[in-house]
Design a protein around this ligand. Structure first.
Ligand SMILES: [Zn+2]
Length: 129
């Protein structure tokens, strides 16, 4: 075991905090997505609807949705890391089962793979982390 129980608890606290932040951000983005969509309702007959505005709205919606996707991914990874802690699997690579370097976990608490496996995965799929 490379991480002490104390270290794991410290990381758990960080992850829990991260999770709260991510949830808040998601709620904020959802709110923004809604309000961007609703701005059309101000001119129900389309009288003041300039095509340019519509393109802006679409662009803004797309931008928000891509931010939202990243946040949702992050939330899923945090939940996964917390679940691994509960199962006593935290800190081990999901690919090769070896311990993940503590420095890596410090930098990226929700890392799923050790550096070796991560770089292999990155080469295969142009991975995200
Ligand atoms: Zn590995």
């Amino acid at each position: 075991m490379v991480l002490t129980q104390d270290q794991i608890e410290a990381i758990r606290a960080r992850l829990a905090h991260d999770l709260e932040e991510t949830k808040r951000e998601l709620a904020r983005i959802d709110e923004q997505v809604r309000s961007v969509g609703e701005s059309d309702d101000d001119s129900p007959h389309g009288v003041d609807n300039h095509p340019g505005d519509e393109a802006d709205v679409l662009f803004e919606q797309e931008r928000l949705l891509s931010v939202r996707e990243r946040l949702a991914d992050r939330q899923a990874l945090i939940l996964l890391a917390l679940e691994k802690m509960d199962r006593g699997k935290y800190g081990y690579c999901e690919e090769c089962g070896r311990p993940i370097a503590p420095e890596r976990l410090e930098a990226l608490p929700f890392a799923r793979y050790c550096i070796e496996c991560q770089s292999k995965i990155d080469q295969q799929q142009g991975g995200r982390w």
